[in-house]
Design a protein around this ligand. Structure first.
Ligand code: AMP
Ligand code: MG
Length: 413
């Protein structure tokens, strides 16, 4: 990691992987935990492994509405007739099956002792208290076995798992009503720029709406963070220092947008250096070259660029893995997949993160298309797309070639 400013003075650009490694090496993970109700655990991160204390399902049960029989009674081909000797709805336990008879049974009901086959009701006709159907049937047909989903004593989820709806369902299926999760990361944010106003007001000359606030706060919420939002902060040294002081005292992590360039109206750098320490990297990526990282009053600080598309991309590439590491997520870096390019790309000097989406070509093959304008200020590109295609520096792409695609859902979950 270089001292502040040196990189930019020399014009050296830090490669993407190195910048990410620098950043993730500095993370201090959240270790404090709390216990929350299952219904409140969505998007939180599990702090301890989840072990099942029960079998799911608890007993062998029927996969169909039909008739439970013994396989030895139905092992021959041709028409078979068996009297119906009992009725077992879901939620009840039948008595042992009398050999040579069938038990009326419903989906999810426990298979009675002596039975090991369920014949679908669509495959029988009922005649005078008996069922008539064609054999043969093999043992275990239409039977769901005890513990085939989850066995008692098995570890179902690892510590460091983000709890999605399906994890909450799994936890419920083994009877957990509360889960131990890591405490939420408190992210403090503000957005620099004298030109910024809130949506809902009329634009004056030279003004633009603050979009970064809604992008960044939305992304932080979807990562399960608690947010301290100071809103727009003007382009002065004093206002920037005051905002940094206030937010760093309350938050676990400070994130800002704008003001990290070297212009006369960019105060982030000077303010962070006055109150803490700063490492500035010019990262060899496009969009999003300037990235500031440091600490203010001991609280980690991440300064994003001002350009809205660059904000979104650098959040995906750096802020999201940083926060996932803080949250104790096991695999904080997203995985990419190879896809076929449905576009042409001319090699650039920096690694490009191109806003793209997957679609199907005329042959039904999955291909990646890219937004027509990849400017760092073109925020519409982020909404049009579903992910990023990474094109290394110096690489051109012809239609039909393979490229690396990473879905936003993987970058941001
Ligand atoms: P800066 O890095 O502060 O020079 O900002 C770079 C560009 O991003 C300028 O065109 C700014 O107007 C724009 N910008 C900065 N902050 C925001 C924001 N919060 N919302 C929308 N655009 C912004
Ligand atoms: Mg600015």
């Amino acid at each position: 990691m270089s001292a502040c400013g040196c990189d930019s003075v020399k014009g050296h650009l830090t490669p993407y992987r190195e910048a990410l490694e620098n950043l993730l090496n500095a993370v201090v993970p959240e270790r404090q935990t709390e216990t929350v109700a299952l219904a409140d655990a969505l998007d939180r991160v599990l702090a301890v492994p989840l072990i099942s204390t029960v079998d799911v399902p608890p007993a062998d049960n029927s996969a169909m509405d039909g008739y439970a029989v013994n396989s030895a009674d139905v092992s021959y081909s041709g028409e078979i007739r068996l009297p119906v000797s009992q009725r077992i709805p879901a939620g009840e336990v039948g008595s042992p099956l009398q050999r040579g008879s069938a038990a009326r049974i419903f989906t999810g009901a426990p298979i009675p002792e002596n039975a090991d086959v369920v014949i679908m009701q669509e495959h029988v006709h009922v005649d005078d208290g008996a069922i008539v159907f064609d054999g043969p049937y093999a043992p275990n047909t239409n039977v769901r076995f005890a513990a085939e989903d989850i066995a008692k004593g098995a570890q179902i989820l690892e510590a460091g798992t983000r709890l999605r709806a399906q994890e909450l369902g799994v936890a419920a299926s083994i009877g957990y009503s509360r889960l131990e999760v890591f405490k939420r990361v408190k992210a403090g944010v503000f957005f620099t720029g004298d030109e910024l106003i809130e949506p809902g007001q009329a634009l004056g000359p030279g003004q633009i709406y603050d979009s970064n606030r809604y992008t960044i706060v939305g992304l932080l919420k979807s990562l399960g963070c608690e947010i301290i939002d100071l809103g727009i902060v003007g382009d002065t040294f004093d206002a920037t220092c005051q905002a940094l002081e206030e937010v760093s005292a309350k938050a676990d992590l400070v994130i800002t947008s704008g003001g990290v360039s070297v212009g006369e109206e960019d105060y982030i750098r000077a303010a962070v250096e006055a109150l803490g320490t700063l490492d500035m990297w010019r990262v060899k990526i496009k969009p999003g070259k300037p990235l500031a990282f440091g600490q203010v009053n001991g609280t980690p600080f991440l300064g994003l660029p001002g350009n809205p598309a660059a904000v979104f991309v650098t959040f995906c590439l750096f802020v999201s893995p940083y926060i996932k590491c803080m949250q104790g997520i096991r695999n904080p870096v997203a995985t990419s997949i190879p896809v076929k390019a449905d576009f042409k790309w001319t090699a650039g000097k920096r690694r490009e993160f191109v806003r793209a989406r997957l679609t199907q070509d005329a042959d039904g093959q999955t291909v990646a298309q890219i937004y027509h304008h990849q400017g760092s200020g073109v925020l519409a590109s982020t909404s049009w797309s579903d992910g990023l295609i990474m094109i290394p520096e110096g690489v051109s792409v012809e239609p039909g070639e393979r490229v690396d695609y990473t879905a936003f859902s993987s970058l941001l979950a």
